[in-house]
Design a protein around this ligand. Sequence first.
Ligand SMILES: Nc1ncnc2c1ncn2[C@@H]1O[C@H](COP(=O)(O)OP(=O)(O)OP(=O)(O)O)[C@@H](O)[C@H]1O
Length: 270
Amino acid sequence: MSNASAPILEMHHVGKAFAGNPVLRDINLSVHPGEIVTLIGPSGSGKTTALRCMNFLEAYDQGEVLIKGQLLGYSGNLRGKAHTDSPALIAEVRRPLAMVFQQFNLWPHMTVLENVVAPLVLGKKMPRHAAKHAAMTALNQVGMAQKASDWPVRLSGGQQQRVGIARALALEPELLLLDEPTSALDPERVEEVLDVIRSLAKQGMTMVMVTHEMAFAAHISSRLVFMADGYIVESGSPRQLFTQPESERLRIFLAPLFRRPLQPEELESL
Ligand SMILES: Nc1ncnc2c1ncn2[C@@H]1O[C@H](COP(=O)(O)OP(=O)(O)OP(=O)(O)O)[C@@H](O)[C@H]1O
């Protein structure tokens, strides 16, 4: 029986080490349809690694990641190390996900349109004419349809990232992963990308995001997840986390990320 509110993503006791150094420790997280979950925390706390384990761009080495109830990346019991490295199986399980990268990752030798069409034709095996139609719809959604025949190098960073978002949207993901989508941008280009993400939020897109844009994260997220030293140290709605008296330590923890103290009215508006 299908359940509309079943989680799209589940992480159970996920651990990961690089060269013996633990980077993720006992990560437990579920994401349900319509949620916007933002991972925040100091540099090196494991946010990007957690995001990359969600779609198996990084192999985790403890616990389980499930996408719509299906185990991602391992064919059996991980503790028994029954690892499948079948790219076809991994691609199949991760199909409901799409990712937006910090460095856009556009192919420089392809036009804007081809950048969005290629994953549809090569990955989703969509016929070219249908792929072009889907790509133009997605480019329109991010306000980049007029630039369809331009080369990426001709675009500003903000425009390139909007194409990166269109490329992910064209895949019609049920969950969009965004890895610091504005960190590589000039300050004056940040807002146009945040505007696109805000409009996706309004449309009900389910998202997991890593960002250092704290005020944005606090306003857009249904849940903030704080990471430190590979652990999830706290999680909850922005309102819960910022307004409950016992969260004073979080406000202190967060102040450097906002780069200024939070004003009472800002807390009230969360
Ligand atoms: N491929 C890798 N090989 C070795 N170590 C890595 C690799 N990727 C990440 N690390 C290390 O894992 C730790 C966590 O990195 P991660 O990028 O997940 O942190 P983060 O919280 O996203 O940091 P930031 O906010 O600076 O992006 C860091 O110490 C980093 O140096």
